[in-house]
Ligand binder design. Structure first.
Ligand code: AHR
Length: 501
């Protein structure tokens, strides 16, 4: 199959916010306990944090990590996680029907984030709690000193404020499964009042208001319009979430789902414009896509297990084992965010460790990279700079999610500081190689490098015993040409092509 692509240095979408490569860690299953925190593990540091996990997170170079939830935050008392560990309460977590020992709280997470080379994106509980607890939390985390909560922080061992910039005003408040679920009008009012108070306390915070949990919600897209009309002057981002499934085991249909993601982003961008016009505002609200990933491998089994269990502590939950097909999907999802980086400024892979995650651990044992670790890492490390508006001509197919899905999914990023031009390309076709002529206009290419992820078996996984089954290798499908470059992308493959300028 032939394709033609044109990249022109002058045709830019936006300068990518590095927070497009954010991540998420929730008190859920083994994400925290036996994930990042396991005192007594041979790799644990003095604070009980696993150094092997920190190393894998550092290599991902994820600039922000959302915490502590997720559904968990909607019934969480952040004060349970401060002070001497022996005094912290054990609580029943209503979101996942587990027992939360509160051995990790804001101090431990903040220390871990620093070690892992990431910044905190914190969520306040607007489900079971409200404005007052939210303002206390922000005061505890960000106020320099001389007030009740900031002095308590100092007594608990941290004199300097953490100055967390990004705050989520609750989580998925449109979802009936949420503790303290709200109507759009109720939530909009509460979020606006909370935002005013938080900004009053710390004018430097950036606030994220909840949009829809996914685009199949019955309240979507009216939820976005109502909530934004109530909060437009006080918030900076609207949060969207989407998880990808392939229960039918149909690869072409599965890989067409990012077209639905693209439509979701486009619709919400339109609603933002509508509310901006309606409120006669000068401000710009952007999208924080702060939960996205493949999530279906264990989902039905988990739901049955959860119904039957008796408040276990750190059970195996949402431990999806990813395969090679998911590498292609994650590549297409990230490409969608790059192409929409003018409006999607923040995105968080959900989640980071053990729970629908790129990193897995064994309690007392090793840590390894799932298949999806690789496309995320390559994009996070090499997808920084200016997103390019590429012109792509390639045959398409019709799918349930959308018509005219291109067999080639490609995104391009120009980093003028580093002098690089990087393309992320996925061949969605299962039997045809894509031969692409790529015109590079107003770029002077010097050299080219091809990295490829491919496996004959779409279901191939990385396990603790075979951790490198699916991993990137040097490819030989990219060459410079008189007009730019040529690419040969094998069927069902993920490629990163880096041009030095
Ligand atoms: O990431 C898993 C869960 O998915 C989160 O807790 C929730 O926000 C979403 O429904």
């Amino acid at each position: 199959m032939k394709a033609r692509v044109t990249a022109n240095a002058a045709y830019a979408v936006a300068d990518i916010d590095k927070r497009l490569y954010g991540s998420f860690l929730e008190h859920l299953g083994r994400a925290v306990y036996t994930g990042i925190y396991e005192p007594g593990h041979p790799q644990a540091d003095a604070e009980g944090m696993r150094k092997d996990v920190i190393e894998l997170v550092r290599a991902l170079d994820t600039p922000i990590c959302r915490y502590p939830g997720g559904n968990f935050v909607s019934a969480y008392n952040w004060e349970d996680g401060i002070g001497p560990k022996e005094n912290r309460p054990r609580r029943l977590d209503l979101a996942w029907r587990t027992t939360e020992p509160n051995l990790v709280g804001i101090h431990e997470f903040a220390d871990w984030a620093e070690k892992a080379g990431t910044e905190m994106m914190l969520a306040v509980n607007l489900g079971s709690r409200g404005l007052d607890e939210a303002r206390a939390f922000v005061e505890y985390v960000n106020h320099p000193g001389g007030s009740y909560w900031s002095d308590l922080r100092a007594r608990n061992g941290r004199t300097q404020p953490w100055n967390c910039r990004l705050w989520c005003l609750g989580n998925e408040m449109d979802g009936p499964w949420q503790v303290g679920h709200k109507l759009a009008s109720e939530y909009g009012h509460l979020a606006n009042e909370t935002a005013k108070a938080l900004r009053g306390l710390d004018p430097t915070v950036e606030l994220v208001v909840c949009g829809s949990s996914h685009s199949n919600m019955p309240t979507y897209p009216q939820w976005e319009a109502t909530v934004l009309e109530a909060t437009y002057e006080q918030v900076d981002y609207i949060s969207l979430h989407m998880y990808f499934e392939n229960y039918e085991k149909n690869t072409a249909e599965y890989l067409a789902l990012p077209a639905k993601l693209d439509r979701y982003i486009g619709t919400v961008a339109g609603i933002i414009d509508y509310v901006k016009a309606k409120t006669r505002s000068k401000r710009d609200v952007k999208i924080s896509f702060d939960e996205w990933n493949v999530w279906y491998h264990q989902r039905q089994r988990d739901a049955e297990r959860m119904r039957a269990w008796d408040w276990p502590e750190a059970p195996r939950l949402l431990e999806d084992i990813y395969n090679f097909e998911d590498v292609l999907q994650v590549g297409c999802i990230i490409n969608t965010f790059i192409r929409r980086s003018d409006i999607v400024r923040i995105a968080c892979i959900a989640q980071l460790v053990n729970v629908i995650a790129p990193i897995m651990t064994d309690p007392g044992g090793g840590a390894w990279r799932q298949t999806i670790y690789w496309p995320f890492m390559l994009a996070s490390r090499h997808g920084r700079g200016t997103a390019l508006q590429l012109a792509v001509e390639v045959p398409t197919y019709d799918a349930a999610a959308a018509d005219k899905v291109p067999w080639l999914d490609i995104a391009g990023v120009h980093n003028s500081n580093a002098g690089t031009l990087t393309f992320f390309a996925i061949n969605r076709h299962g039997s045809e190689t894509i031969e692409a002529d790529v015109a590079l206009e107003r770029f002077a290419a010097k050299s080219i490098e091809h990295t490829i992820i491919r496996h004959d078996d779409l279901e191939a996984c990385n396990t603790k015993d075979a951790p490198d089954t699916v991993s990137p290798v040097k490819g030989n499908g990219a060459a410079l040409s008189s007009k730019g470059m040529t690419l040969k992308l094998p069927p069902h493959s993920y490629s990163m092509v880096r041009v030095t300028l």
